[in-house]
Design a protein around this ligand. Structure first.
Ligand SMILES: Cc1cc2nc3c(=O)[nH]c(=O)nc-3n(C[C@H](O)[C@H](O)[C@H](O)COP(=O)(O)O)c2cc1C
Length: 203
């Protein structure tokens, strides 16, 4: 049993006893309720090493990472809040402060950037995008296996080109996901999971 520094038993969220039970029980921790500590430098390095171990047709490596830690989260939040203010000038201070806090909710946020190219002669863009999704999921799984809480988030700003440019993305790059990493501050109820039989036909 792993005791979190806030007293929660992580096994109540995820059964990490073996690979299959982890896969069967993994669930996200809420980015809104995440506290310190985040991943150590070694853990983050290991997380990214695991995350890139995904199927990648053509070995194109069509993804990259942007890490937001420490005061960089406030700088990123400032960009989000500034753009929000430009788009919705009539908001209240509370809303603006929530926008400014977007990257500071967790100790560490990893932006998984899709660098897919549309015009590759052999590998369809769709397959490159799927590979970026696999990177996000691998990171979630690895973080959960390490005893961290993790959530895959987009948010309106993941689709705002001005914000993306300010965060360092080129015009053709997109956010596959922001992976929020930290220590879960509360037990998260699981959600109903689909019954595979209802999604499956046999040909
Ligand atoms: C591409 C993508 C973007 C997402 N963006 C958000 C988001 O912005 N906000 C949110 O609350 N959940 C978002 N989610 C959903 C959460 O990651 C997650 O599915 C939810 O918290 C339930 O988690 P679990 O099924 O992993 O337990 C997104 C999921 C995906 C795949």
């Amino acid at each position: 049993m792993v005791e979190l520094n806030n007293g929660l038993a992580f096994e109540a969220l995820n059964d990490r006893a073996d690979a299959l039970s982890l896969l069967e029980t993994r669930r996200s921790a809420s980015a809104k309720a995440m506290t310190e500590p985040g991943p150590s430098a070694e853990q983050l390095d290991r997380l990214m090493t695991i995350a890139v171990r995904v199927p990648d047709h053509g070995k194109l490596t069509p993804w990259r990472f942007i890490v937001f830690e420490g005061e960089a989260r406030e700088r990123a939040g400032g960009i989000v809040a500034g753009r929000y203010h430009e788009l919705h000038p009539g908001h209240g201070e509370e809303t603006l402060s929530a926008q400014r806090n977007m990257f500071s909710r967790a100790p560490c946020v990893v932006g998984v950037v899709s660098t897919a190219t549309k015009d590759h002669p052999k590998i369809p863009e769709w397959e490159q995008l799927l590979s970026a999704g696999a990177v996000c999921q691998n990171m979630l799984m690895a973080a959960t296996a390490m005893g961290l809480g993790a959530q895959w988030i987009s948010g309106w700003f993941a689709y705002d080109r001005q914000v993306l440019t300010a965060l360092g993305l080129s015009d053709s790059e997109r956010i596959a996901g922001f992976i929020y990493l930290g220590t879960p501050a509360q037990l998260q109820d699981d959600r109903p999971r689909p019954e595979p039989a209802s999604l499956t036909t046999r040909f």
